[in-house]
Design a protein around this ligand. Sequence first.
Ligand code: ZN
Ligand code: ZN
Length: 82
Amino acid sequence: MTMVQCGRCKGSGKIPNNSWGAPPGATQPCYGCGGDGSVNVANPPTPCGNCHGSGHVPNNSTGAPPGTTQPCCGCGGSGWAR
Ligand SMILES: [Zn+2]
Ligand SMILES: [Zn+2]
């Protein structure tokens, strides 16, 4: 195992909060790393092929606002293959 920077939040531990009613600029703890900014992955670290390392994928759910994303199910949101 090795520690790498979380691909979703780029190490900040926070991501934009796009929930209904959240004020502009609001953030929430990153789901990819749990707010730590780094994640433990198997060696050698391999970017997730499903989200290409970003940790999130377009949210195509019915009714989802345009441009919103959801956690990648391939990597759990960290951007790194497990
Ligand atoms: Zn993160
Ligand atoms: Zn992924």
